[in-house]
Structure formats: structure tokens, C-alpha cells
Write a protein that binds this ligand. Structure first.
Ligand code: BEZ
Ligand code: FE
Length: 305
């Protein structure tokens, strides 16, 4: 007898029928010319069949799965990608990132990568050093500064830094229908690899949860909330592009859990609250408003590392 984990034991004859089918399907890929495609399709087949056999998937459950995927397809368009969202909440995006952005340490450890998310937009406006990315987005002003270096500790002059974030209401500009561009920009590090800009102190917000992925999270008692964060993508010739965020030290959502498993200890930064009216680093007048400041030193791994 073979005993699948979640069901009655099955007879060895039944197991033989099931395993024969796995072998037949795996063998059907034998003519695949591309060896990598062959490896992927055969492994995928084995894992999918193992899953179905392990949980003894019923036909109703198979149908529910197909309906879930169909609904994910229907809600997906140029702006909404439910399949990536599914990958995100299953931790598959972070696993793929872990495999492809291996740790690299020289004098300094390369900055860790995290999920890209659906809200990056090409061609965000350029701001000068010390400029403001808010573009009218509501939120507490936050001075963000740091350096871009390589793992040998050398400054990376003129590294391109893309930054984007949600406003205080938890929405990115692209989630509004009025075409606004806010809470995003790009800038360049200076000749010594230093950069600074004004952003907004990040606040927690949910991933889009009005579709099948949201329903699934609800069914399993999981929250769609993300830990507060500010997105970065940094590029420089000869160095590995980093896509990452920084998270706010003390944000309770870090402990509660990030819906897409994006938090890494090294990316949690202190956002120091400043008293109303205290002088700003660049002399910007903020009246009696509070503001915050943080530091993020970015370390880029060599390309191919
Ligand atoms: C975000 O960071 O905004 C995000 C990341 C993954 C899925 C959904 C949203
Ligand atoms: Fe985000």
C-alpha cells in the first residue's frame, strides 16, 4: 500500500496507474530540443502530479482551481497583473529573487533585493539632487540620503536611482484615474556616489485585493497588508541592477507579516521623526510640519555575481 499524506491509503495497483501516467507525461517531452525547456517541463509535470496525488485533489477542487485561474486571467490587463500578484502572495516571487540575486560580499555586502511590485512606471520625471519626489502626493515629508558604492567600497558616480511609493492614503499615482504623476521620480548619485531627495514617510497599505487573489487570501485568513516601504531601483554600468525597498523600523506590520514576504532585516531602516519647525538639511521651509529622515547606503554587486 502507498499512503498519500491526506487521504486513505491507496492500493499498490492504484499507485502504479498514477505513477505510470506521470512517467508517460514526462516522457512526452523527450523530443524537446531546448534542454532547459525540457528540464523545466518535465520537472513541472512531476511536481504538479505529485501535488495532485499528495492532496488527492477532487474534481470539484480541480474545477475551483481552473475557475480561479480563469478569473485571474479575466482581471488581468495592461495595468493589473493577477498572476504576478499570485506569485507574490505565494512567496514565489521572493524565491525567484533569492535564487537570482545571490548574496555577494566584498568589503561590503551587496544590498538585498526584494519584490518589484506592480506600480513601477518607466520614464518617471528626473529630479535634481535634493529634489522632491512627492509631486503633490499627501504624506509626511521625509529626507532620504545615502551613498551608492560597489562591494569593494568604491563610490559609484552617477548611478541612476528610481524611487516610487504610495501616498498617505495607501495609493500609488497610477491607481488614480486622473493621470497624476506623484510619489515617483529618478535622480542620479553625484560624482562621489552620494544622493539625497525628499520623499514621504511610508505608510502601510494593502496589495490590490478586489480580485481572485484577494478572495483567496480572505479564504485562508491572510491579510493583504504590506509593511510600509519605499521602492528603489538602482542601475550603473558593469554592476548588477538592484530592485529593492526600505522598510520602516518599528512598523507593527513587519511583525504582523508582509503579504508578499518582501521584508529583509537588512532593509529595515530607522526613520527618525523630527520635531515641528526643526531645521531641514537643505534649508527647506516646512513651517510647523513634522518631518522625518532616513539613510540608505546602497551597495551594488558586480554584474554576473
Ligand atoms: C507593492 O509594493 O506595492 C506591491 C508588491 C507586490 C504586490 C503588490 C503590491
Ligand atoms: Fe509598494
Amino acid at each position: 500500500m502507498t499512503a498519500p499524506s491526506s487521504a486513505q491509503p491507496i492500493s499498490s495497483e492504484q499507485a502504479a496507474v498514477e505513477l505510470q501516467l506521470v512517467d508517460t507525461v514526462v516522457a512526452s517531452f523527450h523530443k524537446t530540443e531546448d534542454p532547459r525547456l525540457k528540464e523545466i517541463m518535465q520537472s513541472l509535470t512531476r511536481h504538479l502530479h505529485n501535488f495532485v496525488r499528495e492532496v488527492r485533489l477532487t474534481e470539484d477542487e480541480w474545477n475551483t482551481g481552473i475557475e480561479f485561474l480563469t478569473a485571474s486571467g479575466h482581471i488581468t490587463d495592461a495595468k493589473r497583473q493577477e498572476f504576478i500578484l499570485l506569485s507574490d502572495v505565494l512567496g514565489l516571487s521572493m524565491q525567484t529573487i533569492a535564487i537570482n540575486n545571490t548574496m555577494h560580499t566584498g568589503v561590503a555586502a551587496a544590498t538585498e533585493a526584494t519584490v518589484f511590485g506592480p506600480f513601477f512606471v518607466d520614464d518617471a520625471p528626473e529630479i535634481p539632487p535634493g529634489g522632491d519626489i512627492a509631486g503633490g502626493a499627501a504624506g509626511q515629508p521625509c529626507w532620504v540620503e545615502g551613498t551608492v558604492t560597489d562591494t569593494d567600497g568604491n563610490p559609484v558616480p552617477r548611478a541612476r536611482i528610481e524611487v516610487w511609493e504610495a501616498d498617505d492614503d495607501g495609493f500609488y499615482d497610477v491607481q488614480y484615474t486622473d493621470g497624476r504623476v506623484a510619489g515617483r521620480a529618478h535622480l542620479f548619485a553625484d560624482e562621489n556616489g552620494k544622493y539625497a531627495f525628499w520623499g514621504l514617510t511610508p505608510t502601510p497599505y494593502p496589495i490590490p485585493h478586489d480580485g481572485p487573489v484577494g478572495k483567496m487570501l480572505e479564504a485562508v485568513g491572510r491579510s493583504p497588508m504590506r509593511a510600509s516601504h519605499l521602492h528603489f531601483m538602482v542601475t550603473a554600468p558593469g554592476l548588477r541592477t538592484i530592485v529593492t525597498h526600505i522598510f520602516v523600523d518599528g512598523d507593527p506590520q513587519i511583525e504582523i507579516g508582509d503579504s508578499v514576504f518582501g521584508v529583509k532585516e537588512s532593509l529595515i531602516k530607522k526613520f527618525e521623526q523630527q520635531a515641528p519647525g526643526s531645521p531641514t538639511p537643505d534649508g527647506r521651509g516646512l513651517g510647523n510640519q513634522t518631518w522625518a529622515r532616513t539613510r540608505f547606503d546602497i551597495v551594488l554587486a558586480p554584474k554576473g555575481a
